[in-house]
Write a protein that binds this ligand. Structure first.
Ligand SMILES: [Zn+2]
Length: 435
């Protein structure tokens, strides 16, 4: 016991290093979550870096000059496993996921804090004396408590909306008439049934977004009135920004379908904004990306760039300063515009407008992309949509036929088949009334 005085300073430094490594692992994971959120394949190099940071944190906690601390190794591995699963669940659940993922995604906002508390409880209960492990657990607890309080506070700022007749009819059909039970079973915290009226606690720029990949795609509800409003606002922002940048662009997918078939309205189950752009030697990726990033920053939209995928994702929520910026990826829902890049290529002597990612039934190209004949798109024209004029493919109907076949028949793309079948009756009744 000769070096007792020297120990505390070294211990404090080691604990700070472990805490810093935890923060780095946490941020790296948040950054990684943008891939599953945007339905694109996760970057292997970023996955590797996150794994490396986690391994470094576990090693820093478990190894000391005295040797390996098996208890700290087991506790830190277990803690990382459960905590990172909880953090990732909301992003994974952007696509239909298994019950445990969906369940954890629903409870992730307070789940992280509960877990960190549980970790500290295990630490105290097992009378563990590893100060580095304590530092990691306390760092996680502070991060999770801050996140939980922020979300809780933001939820209280939600504006109140009423549901229109059609929204209500679809909701009641899906709930089989029992709104209270439906609200409870799916934890729909936005649905306010107090006082016998049906109201919707809507999302805003600084509140958590409605998780409509669940509400719209899996439960088969109409897009919430708040989200419809924000999807429109975001559409106008993107359209104006692309026009100012001077890039050739056009409404794509569901957005174009709404403009053509629904006479300039969003689809009732719309869950994003789709706009495509054409890049060439003059209008480069960098020019597009910097133009959008600049406008997003000044006008309060979160811009995420995926150069390898030829995709820019722009979200309605306001970006926060780094490192809080990446916490955006923890949110369950998202109001987003996907801007997909096309380039003109020559295939067997014939020009094709080609994109990297699959869309509807668009035919594959020999480069492994997907393509349409340029004359369907160019020169672009305009089409009235949600109260403005939007750029459209030159032949919008022919374009939609390539994507969806007979697009005049209503197909509930991305909606769970059972939920789609149920909502059809409410939609048919509604269309009959409108006639
Ligand atoms: Zn909303």
């Amino acid at each position: 016991m000769t070096n007792v005085e020297a120990l505390p300073a070294l211990t404090v430094i080691a604990a700070l290093i472990a805490a810093a490594l935890y923060i780095a692992s946490y941020l790296s994971l948040l950054r990684l979550l943008r891939f599953p959120r945007n339905w694109v394949t996760t970057s292997t190099s970023e996955l590797f870096i996150t794994g490396l940071l986690v391994a470094a944190t576990v090693a820093a906690v478990s190894f000391s000059p005295q040797g390996l601390d098996f208890t700290a190794l087991a506790v830190s591995l277990g803690f990382f496993g459960v905590m990172f699963f909880t953090l990732a669940a909301p992003a994974i659940a952007f696509q239909p996921a298994s019950f445990p993922v969906e369940f954890v995604a629903k409870h992730a906002d307070h789940g992280g804090f509960l877990l960190a508390g549980l970790g500290l409880g295990v630490f105290a209960g097992m009378a563990i004396t590893n100060v580095k492990l304590l530092a990691v657990l306390m760092t996680a607890a502070v991060i999770e408590l801050t996140w939980f309080l922020h979300q809780h506070w933001a939820r209280r700022q939600r504006p109140i909306y009423t549901l229109n007749t059609h929204d209500l009819a679809v909701l009641e059909t899906q709930a089989k008439g029992n709104l209270v039970e439906f609200r409870r079973r799916h934890s729909i915290s936005e649905l306010d049934l107090a006082g016998g009226t049906v109201r919707w606690l809507g999302c805003g720029k600084r509140t958590p977004p409605c998780p409509f990949n669940l509400y719209v795609n899996r439960l088969g509800l109409n897009t919430a009135p708040c989200c419809r409003e924000h999807l429109s606002e975001l559409s106008h922002f993107v359209s104006t920004a692309l026009t100012e940048i001077g890039v050739v662009h056009w409404l794509e997918g569901g957005s174009l379908l709404g403009a053509v078939r629904e006479g300039g309205s969003l689809l009732d189950w719309e869950d994003d904004v789709d706009i495509s752009v054409l890049l060439d030697a003059d209008m480069t990726w960098n020019r597009l990306a910097s133009g959008l990033a600049k406008r997003g920053a000044t006008q309060g939209y979160y811009v995420d760039l995926f150069e390898n995928k030829g995709l820019v994702a722009i979200s309605f929520d306001a970006p926060r300063p780094w490192p809080f910026r990446w916490q955006h990826n923890r949110m369950r829902g998202e109001i987003r515009a996907d801007i997909t890049v096309y380039r003109q290529v020559i295939q067997n002597g014939i020009a094709v407008l080609e994109r990297r990612s699959h869309k509807g039934a668009m035919p594959a190209t020999e480069n492994g992309g997907y393509g349409v004949p340029p004359e369907l798109v160019l020169p672009t024209t305009t089409i009235p949509h949600i109260g403005g004029d939007f750029a459209s493919p030159n032949q919008p109907e022919a374009y939609l036929r390539i994507l969806y076949g007979d697009f005049e028949d209503v197909e509930y793309t991305y909606v769970n088949p059972a939920a789609a079948a149920t909502r059809r009756e409410a939609d048919v009744a509604h269309k009959d009334v409108k006639k």
